[in-house]
Design a protein around this ligand. Structure first.
Ligand code: PLP
Length: 413
């Protein structure tokens, strides 16, 4: 007997990341030699959270009201401009008048609003085959389902062909398509799409929407500012969004957790792009309603830190310098891990940059258990294990591949 409603009986947070992350953190508290490669946060070489001085300075400059008063539901116009300036950077002027922003609690809130307003109950979203698992829970919470497209083709490149096929199938059935791309530094693989692959996505969207079918891309750009190709590369790909048809639209999910290491402050944004003013007005109206009904408003603290840091040129510059160091740290760890993997003969899924490296194996759960015996905590997911290189030291990145290879050989034998 349960008092839960029918829809809620099956609700159980399947997020390995939070559950196994908490176990790993607990083990590490008892024994500091434990390697905690679970949760998606960036740590420094000394093993404490990597935070940004410029973010702290922006926070310290805030008044009592700026920190603790209610924020408005969509966020202030100053917040909107600050987000646009940061997200579009040198393309700001091009996008300023064809975009709209909604403040949300992290990228999660942005995704939740997108799924709520661009699909009806019972409809299905198209997700990548390797993915951040929470997409599925957010969809379930909205009474929606999902299907997947193969992220990679035989050559380990973005699988445009499968994406198109799945979009066409859904279009016939559902008369609208909502699909998710997580790029750059895809979670969990670390894949980053090429410009040609992005062009291919835009072509598919335009082809499928030319008869007026709504085609909505949710571009989850949580890790955008950690792409090794840099700001210009990632923003240039956005320029392609100007080519979209009237009934094709993109909404980007920005994460203050990742870009600014403001994980617990819960701030992010939806950034919608459309040349059609009515689509922008609809976006602002419906998403304001959703935000108000789910979390009422985001933290003023998060709103104001972001507004300050992205609109004050000096603060922004010092923040960018700090980000450079964070990216350098990540790339050194990635290089060390990949070299170790190569030397050990350990296979990895196509990786380019970011917080995670994934390793295919037949028994991820058993590999996880065996690694825990060796005081190494990773995340088993589907047919891979995910190693969070952002959370472990360079030294651990050098050591881990050999240990993981031996464990997989033992388990899969
Ligand atoms: N998208 C991806 C791919 C993520 O990995 C995460 C967090 O780990 C998020 C979105 C949401 O993060 P947040 O809500 O903290 O911004």
């Amino acid at each position: 007997m349960t008092l839960l409603s029918k829809r809620s009986i099956v609700k159980e947070d399947k997020s390995n990341i939070i559950t196994l992350g908490a176990i790993a953190a607990e083990e590490k508290k008892k024994d500091p030699t434990v390697v905690n490669a679970t949760i998606g946060m960036l740590y420094n070489e000394e093993g404490s959270l990597l935070t940004y001085k410029s973010v702290d300075n922006a926070l310290l400059a805030l008044t009592k009201e700026e920190k603790y008063a209610y924020a408005s539901t969509p966020g202030s116009s100053a917040f909107h401009e600050a987000i646009k300036k940061w997200v579009f950077r040198s393309y700001y002027k091009d996008f300023k008048n064809i975009s709209e922003v909604m403040a949300t609690p992290g990228g999660t809130g942005a995704l939740s609003n997108c799924f709520a307003n661009y699909l009806d109950e019972g409809e299905c979203a198209l997700l990548p085959s390797y993915m951040w698992g929470n997409y599925k829970q957010i969809l379930y919470e909205n009474g929606e389902t999902f299907e997947t497209y193969k992220l990679f083709d035989e050559q380990g490149k973005f699988n445009l062909e499968d994406l198109k096929e799945k979009m066409e199938e859904i279009k016939i059935r559902q008369k609208r398509v909502l699909f998710v791309i997580n790029d750059p530094c895809h979670n969990p693989t670390g894949y980053t799409m090429t410009e040609d692959e992005w062009k291919g996505v835009i072509d598919i969207m335009n082809e499928l929407s030319k008869d007026g079918t709504p085609i909505v891309l949710i571009h989850d750009m949580a890790y955008i500012d950690y792409a090794k190709q840099g700001f210009e590369y990632t923003r240039k790909n956005m320029e392609l969004y100007k080519k979209l048809n009237d009934s094709a639209m993109v909404i980007m999910a920005f994460s203050g957790s990742k870009t600014l290491a403001l994980y617990g402050v819960r701030i992010g944004a939806q950034v919608c792009i459309s040349k059609n003013k009515n689509h922008l007005l609809d976006f602002a109206r419906a998403n304001k309603f959703s935000s108000r009904s789910k979390w009422s408003n985001t933290t003023n603290l998060g709103n104001k830190i972001i507004t300050k840091i992205f609109s004050d040129e000096d603060l922004k510059k010092s923040f960018e310098d700090e980000l450079k160091y964070a990216k350098f740290l990540l790339s050194k760890r990635a290089d060390a891990f990949l070299l170790g993997a190569k030397n050990a003969g350990l296979k990895t899924i196509p990786f380019d940059c970011g917080f995670f490296i994934t390793i295919p194996c037949q028994n991820p759960e058993k590999v996880y258990q065996a690694l825990v015996q060796k005081k190494i905590h990773v995340i088993p997911m589907g047919s891979v294990i995910r190693v969070t290189i952002s959370a472990i030291s360079l030294n651990d990145c050098e050591k881990l591949p050999r240990i993981i290879k031996d464990v997989i050989d033992e388990v899969d034998r």
